[in-house]
Design a protein around this ligand. Structure first.
Ligand code: ZN
Length: 135
Protein backbone atom coordinates (compact mmCIF):
# COMPACT_ATOMS: atom_id res chain seq x y z
CA UNK A 1 0.00 0.00 0.00
CA UNK A 2 0.99 3.60 -0.49
CA UNK A 3 -0.28 7.04 0.40
CA UNK A 4 -1.93 7.81 -2.93
CA UNK A 5 -2.61 11.41 -2.03
CA UNK A 6 -3.50 13.81 0.76
CA UNK A 7 -6.74 15.68 0.14
CA UNK A 8 -6.92 19.29 1.28
CA UNK A 9 -10.20 21.18 1.30
CA UNK A 10 -9.72 24.77 0.11
CA UNK A 11 -11.94 27.79 -0.26
CA UNK A 12 -10.52 28.13 -3.77
CA UNK A 13 -7.83 26.26 -5.68
CA UNK A 14 -6.33 29.34 -7.31
CA UNK A 15 -5.81 30.97 -3.95
CA UNK A 16 -4.40 27.74 -2.44
CA UNK A 17 -1.90 27.51 -5.31
CA UNK A 18 -0.28 30.71 -4.10
CA UNK A 19 1.20 28.58 -1.33
CA UNK A 20 1.49 25.04 -2.76
CA UNK A 21 2.73 25.99 -6.23
CA UNK A 22 4.11 29.51 -6.11
CA UNK A 23 5.69 29.60 -2.65
CA UNK A 24 6.47 25.93 -1.94
CA UNK A 25 7.36 25.12 -5.55
CA UNK A 26 5.19 22.11 -6.41
CA UNK A 27 3.80 21.72 -9.91
CA UNK A 28 0.20 21.12 -10.94
CA UNK A 29 0.21 17.81 -12.83
CA UNK A 30 -3.52 17.53 -13.43
CA UNK A 31 -6.80 19.32 -12.97
CA UNK A 32 -10.19 17.69 -13.00
CA UNK A 33 -13.82 18.27 -12.13
CA UNK A 34 -15.80 15.41 -10.60
CA UNK A 35 -19.36 16.55 -11.24
CA UNK A 36 -21.10 13.86 -9.15
CA UNK A 37 -19.16 14.96 -6.09
CA UNK A 38 -19.45 18.68 -6.80
CA UNK A 39 -15.72 19.11 -6.63
CA UNK A 40 -12.87 20.59 -8.62
CA UNK A 41 -9.41 19.09 -8.12
CA UNK A 42 -5.78 20.01 -8.71
CA UNK A 43 -3.11 17.33 -8.23
CA UNK A 44 0.43 18.30 -7.25
CA UNK A 45 2.96 15.46 -7.09
CA UNK A 46 5.33 15.42 -4.13
CA UNK A 47 7.71 12.47 -3.90
CA UNK A 48 5.77 9.23 -4.28
CA UNK A 49 2.51 10.87 -3.37
CA UNK A 50 0.42 13.90 -4.31
CA UNK A 51 -1.32 16.82 -2.71
CA UNK A 52 -4.95 16.94 -3.89
CA UNK A 53 -6.43 20.41 -3.62
CA UNK A 54 -10.23 20.32 -3.47
CA UNK A 55 -12.68 23.09 -4.21
CA UNK A 56 -16.48 22.88 -4.05
CA UNK A 57 -18.39 23.62 -7.25
CA UNK A 58 -21.76 23.99 -5.52
CA UNK A 59 -23.26 24.52 -2.05
CA UNK A 60 -24.33 20.88 -1.72
CA UNK A 61 -20.80 19.60 -2.27
CA UNK A 62 -19.32 17.64 0.66
CA UNK A 63 -16.33 19.98 0.37
CA UNK A 64 -18.56 23.05 0.77
CA UNK A 65 -20.07 21.53 3.91
CA UNK A 66 -16.68 20.57 5.28
CA UNK A 67 -15.18 24.04 4.73
CA UNK A 68 -18.24 25.67 6.26
CA UNK A 69 -17.96 23.50 9.36
CA UNK A 70 -14.23 23.17 9.83
CA UNK A 71 -12.61 25.69 7.55
CA UNK A 72 -10.00 24.90 4.92
CA UNK A 73 -7.80 22.05 6.19
CA UNK A 74 -6.79 18.46 5.59
CA UNK A 75 -9.89 16.66 4.36
CA UNK A 76 -8.77 13.07 3.82
CA UNK A 77 -5.86 10.70 3.36
CA UNK A 78 -6.04 8.36 0.39
CA UNK A 79 -4.50 4.91 0.60
CA UNK A 80 -3.75 3.06 -2.59
CA UNK A 81 -4.75 -0.59 -2.48
CA UNK A 82 -4.25 -3.26 -5.15
CA UNK A 83 -7.82 -4.60 -4.90
CA UNK A 84 -10.44 -2.23 -3.52
CA UNK A 85 -13.24 -4.82 -3.38
CA UNK A 86 -11.06 -7.16 -1.32
CA UNK A 87 -10.03 -4.26 0.93
CA UNK A 88 -13.67 -3.26 1.52
CA UNK A 89 -14.64 -6.85 2.24
CA UNK A 90 -11.83 -7.17 4.78
CA UNK A 91 -12.85 -3.95 6.52
CA UNK A 92 -16.53 -4.87 6.48
CA UNK A 93 -15.79 -8.25 8.07
CA UNK A 94 -13.93 -6.49 10.85
CA UNK A 95 -16.88 -4.24 11.55
CA UNK A 96 -15.25 -1.08 10.25
CA UNK A 97 -17.85 1.60 9.49
CA UNK A 98 -17.78 2.46 5.80
CA UNK A 99 -19.25 5.38 3.90
CA UNK A 100 -19.14 3.45 0.62
CA UNK A 101 -19.98 -0.25 0.72
CA UNK A 102 -19.07 -0.53 -2.94
CA UNK A 103 -16.38 1.28 -4.93
CA UNK A 104 -17.32 4.18 -7.21
CA UNK A 105 -15.49 6.00 -9.96
CA UNK A 106 -13.38 8.88 -8.69
CA UNK A 107 -10.87 11.29 -10.17
CA UNK A 108 -8.66 9.96 -12.95
CA UNK A 109 -11.07 7.02 -13.47
CA UNK A 110 -9.76 5.32 -10.34
CA UNK A 111 -12.07 3.25 -8.18
CA UNK A 112 -12.54 4.89 -4.80
CA UNK A 113 -14.38 4.25 -1.54
CA UNK A 114 -14.46 6.19 1.72
CA UNK A 115 -14.16 4.83 5.25
CA UNK A 116 -16.04 6.66 7.99
CA UNK A 117 -13.83 8.97 10.09
CA UNK A 118 -15.23 7.43 13.30
CA UNK A 119 -13.41 4.21 12.38
CA UNK A 120 -10.07 5.91 11.84
CA UNK A 121 -9.38 8.31 14.69
CA UNK A 122 -11.36 11.10 13.13
CA UNK A 123 -9.56 10.87 9.80
CA UNK A 124 -11.55 10.42 6.62
CA UNK A 125 -9.74 7.66 4.71
CA UNK A 126 -10.19 7.12 0.99
CA UNK A 127 -9.24 3.84 -0.64
CA UNK A 128 -8.03 4.08 -4.24
CA UNK A 129 -7.48 1.36 -6.80
CA UNK A 130 -5.84 2.37 -10.03
CA UNK A 131 -7.52 0.94 -13.09
CA UNK A 132 -6.22 0.56 -16.66
CA UNK A 133 -2.94 -0.79 -15.32
CA UNK A 134 -1.33 2.61 -15.03
CA UNK A 135 0.96 3.53 -12.17
ZN1 ZN B 1 -8.97 12.09 -2.72
Amino acid sequence: MKIEHIGIATEGIEDALKFWRDALGLEVAAREEVTEQGVRIAMLPIGETRIELLEATNDQSPIAKFVEKRGASIHHIAVRVPDIKAALERLHKRGVRLIDDAPRVGADNCLVAFIHPSAANGVLVELVEHTEGKD
